[in-house]
Design a protein around this ligand. Sequence first.
Ligand SMILES: [Zn+2]
Length: 298
Amino acid sequence: MSTANSTPPSSGIARLLFYGLQPALLICVIGIWLMDPSNLNTYLWVLLLVQIILGSAEHFFPARNDWLSSARVKMRNIVIVTVLLFVSSAVNSLYHLWLAAPLAQLRAELNLDIWPHSWPLVVQLFFMFLLSEFLWYWIHRAEHRWNIIWRVSGHGAHHSFKTLSALNFGLNHPLELFFLLLPSILLELIFGIGAVAAGAALLLVTQASIAHANLAMNTRWVGLVFTTNTYHICHHSADLAQSNTNYGCAAILWDRVFGTFLDQPILQAGTGPTEPTMWQKFLMPVREPEDTAVAPGS
Ligand SMILES: [Zn+2]
């Protein structure tokens, strides 16, 4: 089925972006990481570069004009995402503090030194990317299946935006950072890998940014394995049946494997007909807005 986001535009640059932007970004990010895999500084400036490219493309060639946000809202979102990046760094440190020693012990006891270090780096990267997304698929599916997990993770806050852009990848409830970071950290510490885990995290964040972008983008071929924004916007639908699909925010492969894949246009995004204020979003773990339509039943 063709959707609003997957219809090729007629103008030159928009058409180029439609077919080339997602593959080009993925190739560039992987290439930059391969040049110096152990350099963790790469993470921040590549993330910034991806946001600037996607943000500029959205400004000049938006898929939906009514999703363009004002300069004030954009600035507010940039500030929130920046603050949450610092919180993510703190959550990452906490997890390492809590889990590094017990998981290293588990690795030794169960003889889990089985990571294929001899494989080409790029193959290790995709292997880690798919493993991490496999864990995230089930965590995300659980958030949409059980109300208690939906509440504790504050996942409703991420879904409550009525308009989406690349920046929405980072507009999450602070509690959700504990859920979002868990798959990569578990795999990193269980298998004792560093650089490959950081590379996969970079690929995950790039993909999550693309998945929320307000751009018309192709879904053929790239959408067999990777999540496209068409598929992820379907997951952000205010319609419960559409929202309970496409749980892979970076890889769509697991949705195809486990039967939760859907390619359908949506009428509106969000948790219901209206968008809660930022304060109401923050309080969603304890008080759900009355018009919420996509939360799992209690
Ligand atoms: Zn979700």
